[in-house]
Design a binder for this molecule. Structure first.
Ligand code: SAM
Length: 239
């Protein structure tokens, strides 16, 4: 049976950068999927699933803010040996994810452990060969991401893969102009609906490069507005 381990520590710091207590995706959890299809059609779904075929070797995954669990269900089906920890601060998102996985069958439920927690406060206990964050890193300020990477990366095994989906600024000037408008609109909408205060995409790439991760796959879609990446933690040379 999946377990909800509640490890939230409210209230969290009240400085603007750390004021996550006001961020709550519960209100958007039910309509989330339909809002997504109405705004971006199948593109976000395609972006999430773009690297799926390469993840069949993983055995222990950490899914960060997986939302309603569409990706988790696909991942568990694609890789029958995989077990997964899922962390999300939205109770409603986790409930929808839990129901979705239950519909896949009891053997699927036994392979997941759900953690209702603020990912910035949560301390991983396991070691992971796969970390997944789809449209999650953009919920944080750069300083928060630095702390978060420091907390999570010691739990990534050598050779581990981190799959990331994010919005991005295209290289083409016209597309970049349009993308900035779309991203700003999205941030304002999520700000109103969830209390999110972040208003700009964080530079997570520099932070990952500084920690020694290597960008091994990078696929852009929707005229460069979306990116699907795999970052790999190098294996130390054998002595
Ligand atoms: C923009 S949604 C993305 C959902 C899904 N991964 C997708 O691809 O659509 C962000 C998700 O991250 C969760 N989240 C946001 N901030 C969080 C935090 N500090 N700790 C844990 N989960 C968080 C939200 O509850 C939500 O499920």
């Amino acid at each position: 049976m999946s377990s909800f381990r509640t490890s939230l520590h409210w209230p969290v710091q009240s400085r603007n950068e750390n004021a996550l207590s006001s961020v709550n995706f519960d209100r958007v959890a039910r309509p989330y999927r339909w809002l997504e299809y109405m705004s971006f059609g199948p593109w976000l779904e395609r972006c999430r699933n773009a690297q799926l075929a390469q993840l069949t070797g993983a055995r222990h995954a950490l899914l960060l803010g997986d939302g309603d669990g569409r990706f988790l269900a696909r991942l568990l089906k694609a890789n029958p040996l995989l077990r997964a920890d899922v962390v999300d601060s939205s109770h409603s998102m986790l409930c929808i994810l839990d129901r979705r996985v239950r519909r896949c069958g009891p053997q699927f439920v036994q392979r997941i452990c759900l953690h209702h927690a603020d990912a910035l406060e949560w301390s991983p206990e396991g070691s992971y060969d796969l970390i997944v964050s789809h449209f999650f890193l953009d919920c944080f300020f750069p300083g928060q991401l630095e702390q978060f990477f420091n907390r999570v990366l010691p739990h990534a095994l050598p050779g581990a893969q981190w799959v990331i989906s994010e919005f991005a600024i295209p290289r083409n000037a016209v597309a970049a102009y349009l993308a900035r408008g779309i991203i700003s609109l999205l941030y304002r909408a999520f700000g109103l609906l969830t209390g999110l205060r972040v208003r700009a995409l964080p530079d997570y790439e520099t932070a990952l490069l500084r920690r020694g991760l290597v960008l091994t796959h990078n696929r852009r879609s929707l005229a460069g507005l979306l990116c699907s990446q795999v970052w790999t933690l190098p294996t130390p040379p054998q002595k």
